[in-house]
Design a protein around this ligand. Structure first.
Ligand code: ADP
Ligand code: MG
Length: 397
C-alpha cells in the first residue's frame, strides 16, 4: 500500500508517528504539503499535480488539515475522492466538523446530547438566547476556534452581551452555550477509529482555568469509558462522516455532552496518556478499508428499474412484531433484509429465525413499490401547544 499523509507539519509528533507506523507495517509513505497541490480539471479525468509534477498513484491519504487551510485543504481531499483514492475522512466531514455551529446542527437532529447552544445575529436576540441556554455564567465560542482560543466564560449577562457585540462588530460569529459547571474544567477526548473507540483520556484544566485543552496547560489521564460515552463518540464521528476523529465530551450530571468532533486529532497527548499505539491502529484500519473500499450501496443497488434500498421500521405493525423474519412475508414480496438494527445493536444478514420486535429497523433491498407501503410516514415536528397562563383569563364582559 502507498499512503500520502497530507500535512504541513512533517516534523510534528502526529505526522512522525503516522509515518513510522506506515513504514513499520511494510507500506510506502510520503508526507505531502496540502498547499503544494494543484487541482487539475483540464483533462478528461480529475487529476492532481504536486510541486508542479503529476502525482504518482496512491492507495490512500491521511488528511491532517489545519484550521487555517480548511478551504484549500478540503478541496485537495475532495479531488483525491474524485480520483477514487481512499480517505478515512471526507472533505465534507472535515468541513462540517470544523465549524462548531454546523457540527452542532448536524449532530442535534440525530439525538446526540450536546450542551444547550444558541446562535443569533440581532442584538435584540442576544439576551433571550443567553436566558434560553440557562443564563450566566455562559460560554461564548468563536465558530472556528481551536486549542481553546476563542472560548470565553462570561460571568454575567451584561458582560456576555458586550463580548458578543464586540466580536460581531469585527465580523466574528459567536455561539452561545450553557456552561456545564459540573464538568469542572475537565473533559473527555475519545479517539474513534472506524466504529470503535481505540483510546480515551480525560483532560484536566490547569488551576482555575475552565478550558481543559492541552494547549492551555491542561493535564491528561487515561480513562476507561462507560459504554454510554463510547456510543456517543462513535455515533458522533459516524454522523459527521469521519472514520478517524477525536470526539470531545463534557461529563455532565446527565451523561456525555458532545462538544466537538475533531477531524485531525493530535496523537501526542492520547498516546502518552494511554501508552497505546494509536498511529498503528490508524494504519491498520486504513489498510483494511483499502482492501474493501466503501461503495455507495444505494447508488449501485438502484440500477435496475424499480429496485432500491430503503429502511423499514417495525412500528406497531401486528403483521411483523413477534414473527420470525422467515414468516414475515417480506421475501415473498421480493424484499431482502440486509441488516436488522435494534437499539444500538446491528444484526448483519439476519436469518429467517430472527424474531422481529417493535422498533426494529430493517435495511432492505427490493421492489420500491412493495417497500413504499412499509416506509413510515415522515416524522412531523411536535405540535407546539401554548401554555395556559397561571391565572385564568378574565371573563369577557
Ligand atoms: N459549555 C461548556 N461548559 C463547560 N466547559 C466547556 C464548555 N465548552 C467548552 N468547555 C471547555 O473549554 C474547552 C475548549 O472548548 P472547545 O469547544 O473544545 O473549543 P476548542 O475547539 O478551542 O478546543 C473544552 O475542552 C472544555 O474544557
Ligand atoms: Mg476542543
Amino acid at each position: 500500500m502507498k499512503i500520502a499523509i497530507l500535512s504541513r507539519a512533517p516534523r510534528s509528533y502526529s505526522t512522525q508517528r503516522l509515518r513510522a507506523a506506515t513504514i513499520d507495517r511494510g507500506h510506502e509513505v510520503r508526507v505531502l504539503d496540502s498547499m503544494r497541490f494543484a487541482i487539475d480539471l483540464s483533462g478528461a479525468e480529475p487529476d492532481l499535480q504536486y510541486r508542479g509534477r503529476r502525482l504518482s498513484e496512491y492507495d490512500a491519504i491521511i488528511p491532517r488539515i489545519g484550521n487555517s487551510i480548511t478551504y484549500y485543504g478540503t478541496a485537495v481531499v475532495r479531488q483525491f475522492e474524485q480520483m477514487d483514492v481512499y480517505t478515512p475522512n471526507t472533505a465534507a466531514g472535515i468541513a462540517n466538523s470544523r465549524d462548531k455551529l454546523r457540527a452542532n446542527q448536524i449532530l442535534s437532529r440525530h439525538g446526540i446530547a450536546m450542551p444547550p447552544t444558541a446562535f443569533v445575529r440581532d442584538r435584540a436576540d442576544v439576551i433571550p438566547a443567553i436566558e434560553r441556554v440557562g443564563g450566566a455564567p455562559v460560554v461564548l465560542k468563536l465558530l472556528e476556534g481551536t486549542q481553546g482560543i476563542g472560548v470565553i466564560l462570561a460571568p454575567e449577562i451584561k458582560v456576555a452581551e458586550a463580548i458578543i457585540e464586540t466580536l460581531q462588530s469585527t465580523r466574528q460569529n459567536v455561539l452561545i452555550q450553557k456552561f456545564i459547571k459540573e464538568s469542572k474544567g475537565r473533559d473527555i477526548r475519545a479517539l474513534v477509529i472506524g466504529d470503535r473507540v481505540v483510546a480515551a483520556m480525560r483532560r484536566i484544566a490547569n488551576g482555575d482555568e475552565f478550558r481543559s485543552n492541552v494547549h492551555r496547560g491542561g493535564g491528561v489521564e487515561r480513562v476507561e469509558l462507560d459504554t454510554e460515552y463510547e456510543h456517543a463518540a462513535v455515533r458522533s464521528a459516524q454522523i459527521m462522516g469521519l472514520k478517524i476523529a477525536g470526539v470531545d465530551m463534557l461529563e455532565s450530571d446527565d451523561g456525555p455532552l458532545v462538544m466537538e468532533v475533531n477531524s485531525s486529532p493530535g496523537l501526542e497527548g492520547i498516546e502518552t496518556a494511554t501508552k497505546l499505539d494509536v498511529a498503528g491502529a490508524v494504519i491498520d484500519y486504513i489498510a483494511n478499508q483499502v482492501a474493501f473500499p466503501q461503495i455507495d450501496v444505494r447508488e449501485r443497488l438502484s440500477v435496475s428499474t424499480g429496485y432500491g434500498v430503503a429502511e423499514l421500521v417495525v412500528h406497531g405493525d401486528a403483521n411483523l412484531i413477534g414473527k420470525p423474519l422467515g414468516d414475515s412475508g417480506l421475501r415473498e414480496r421480493d424484499i431482502a433484509v440486509l441488516t436488522l438494527h435494534r437499539g444500538a445493536t446491528v444484526i448483519p444478514n439476519p436469518l429467517p429465525y430472527h424474531v422481529l420486535e417493535a422498533d426494529d429497523r430493517l435495511l432492505c433491498f427490493g421492489k420500491l413499490e412493495e417497500m413504499r407501503s412499509l416506509i413510515p410516514a415522515r416524522p412531523r415536528r411536535r405540535p407546539r401547544v401554548k401554555r395556559l397562563p397561571k391565572q385564568p383569563l378574565p371573563a369577557p364582559e
